[in-house]
Design a protein around this ligand. Structure first.
Ligand SMILES: [Cu+2]
Length: 468
């Protein structure tokens, strides 16, 4: 169970920096307008529509699909789409309008919300062109989440339909800035337009772009005070690319994962973020006024002999004059009680397989079935299960479960340290990952590989949660 709401509700409306002044959540992110004056209700109008953005260069526009703020008559579509920002405990109402030429839905990745708001073809009829749908939810988790379509996800997300969700609440460490970074890559023609070429390798590996983006920009620059502590929250919105982040000369203090803060932060030199995953980190920016640092992604071997392109810079950090050193870190973090399991806890096994006999149409399966020709699994709300995901293939697959979060277990079934909430876990090739999950709300929830080409070519299943 999570901590009681009263403990977690922090009076933090935009971002809690040490100065007390709101800090921008990220370079070039726009925030959805809350049209409801009630401080406990966030009510927004969201539109998906064709748009034009500049991804390659200012004079090379790309025709994309993008979200924009329907409450702002001057809003234009952006990549990423506008940030949805709320506080723990808020009621969120999203009035969605589809101005695309194709049907779509919005899935709120990682949020534990009612099934009818989950935004999949299993939970609603897709919204036709010109149609509308209202997503209503009460927020029970703080952290970074994201939203994207769940119809032809490989195509629609790649065209630009993805955006972050930031939920404030819980422990707030003293930081000079609290920033959201959405990572993606995109395949562009020399003209700047989105490539229409999807090759056999794209289908096999997940579509890989030739341009890497942070908040929709190639290597944007931020400024920060030398010696300051910043909080960086990352989401990987790419179809297939894995990001392995490093800031040379620095350590990252990981304080949270997909579903909120871990119970005990830990330090690493590199952070691996598979598609769909989030990481919440603290970094203390060492250097002097005038220095420039580079956050970059380095190669991660996820199988099938994908070549190493060398480090790719994601973000430039320009250091300004030093300010007062940050306050001490909190002594307590996420209040995460372990999901109790024992030898009698039911186990479910999932075998991930790929058939690339015909490389132009690879098929990906779970337990021998390719979506939509699958047999749903069923369980009762509140039941605790151990899921064992066996990756029988030559490449990694990030396994995502809708509507509920889980806790990673070791090979013997004991909770792994630190304790934290995950909704997407990378399962390296030819390995097995266990996790404990308490089945959530009643309804049909999807689980799938978050390499979207794999999900749309079979590696997806359905869990029907019934009344206890
Ligand atoms: Cu996969």
């Amino acid at each position: 169970m999570r901590a009681p709401l009263a403990v977690l509700l922090a009076p933090c409306l935009v971002a809690c920096g040490s100065s007390g002044a709101p800090t921008p959540p990220a370079p070039d992110l726009v925030v959805l307008t809350d049209v409801n004056p009630d401080p406990r209700i966030v009510e927004v109008e969201l539109v998906a529509a064709p748009a034009t953005v500049e991804l390659l260069a200012p004079d090379k526009p790309a025709d994309v699909w993008a979200f924009h703020d329907g409450a702002d008559p001057d809003a234009a579509g952006t990549i990423p789409g506008p940030l949805l920002e709320a506080n723990l405990g808020d009621q969120v109402i999203v009035h969605f309008r589809n101005d695309l030429p194709d049907a779509t839905t919005i899935h709120w990745h990682g949020l534990r919300i009612p099934n009818e708001a989950d935004g999949t073809p299993a939970s609603q009829v897709p919204v036709p062109p010109g149609g509308t749908y209202d997503y209503e939810m009460t927020i029970v988790d703080a952290g970074l989440f994201w939203y994207h379509p769940h119809v032809a996800g490989d195509v629609q997300v790649e065209r630009g339909l993805y955006a972050p969700v930031l939920i404030h609440g819980g422990v707030e460490p003293d930081v000079a800035a609290d920033r959201v970074f959405v990572l993606d890559d995109v395949k562009l023609e020399a003209s700047g337009q989105l490539s229409t070429q999807t090759g056999a390798l794209d289908l096999m590996l997940g579509r890989r772009g030739n341009v890497v983006l942070l908040n929709g920009k190639q290597t944007p620059t931020i400024t920060a005070a030398a010696g300051s502590r910043e909080r960086w929250r990352f989401v990987n919105a790419a179809n297939g690319r894995y990001f392995q982040l490093e800031l040379p000369g620095h350590m990252f203090r990981v304080i949270g994962w997909d579903g909120g803060l871990v119970d005990a932060p830990y330090q690493v030199e590199r952070v691996l973020i598979a598609p769909g995953e989030r990481h919440d980190i603290l970094v203390e920016l060492a250097g002097a006024d005038g220095d420039e640092l580079a956050l970059r992604t380095v190669h991660y071997d996820r199988g099938h002999d994908i070549p190493d392109p060398g480090p790719i810079d994601l973000l430039a950090i320009r250091l300004g004059p030093a300010t007062d050193p940050p306050a001490d870190l909190p002594t307590t973090w996420g209040d995460v009680a372990p999901i109790a399991t024992d030898a009698a806890t039911p186990r479910r096994s999932f075998f991930l397989a790929e058939d690339d006999g015909d490389p132009t149409s690879p098929v990906f399966t779970i337990n021998g079935e390719a979506y939509p020709d699958i047999t749903p699994i069923t369980g009762a709300s509140g039941a605790v299960e151990i899921w064992v995901v066996h990756n029988m293939t030559e490449m990694d697959h990030p396994f995502h479960l809708h509507g509920m979060s889980f806790q990673l277990l070791d090979a013997d079934g004991a909770p792994l340290a630190p304790l934290g909430w995950k909704d997407t876990v990378n399962v390296p090739r030819m390995t097995m990952q266990r996790f404990a999950v308490e089945l959530g709300g009643i309804g049909t929830w999807m689980y799938h590989c978050h390499i979207l080409e794999h999900a749309e070519r079979g590696m997806m299943g359905e869990l029907e949660v019934t009344a206890p």
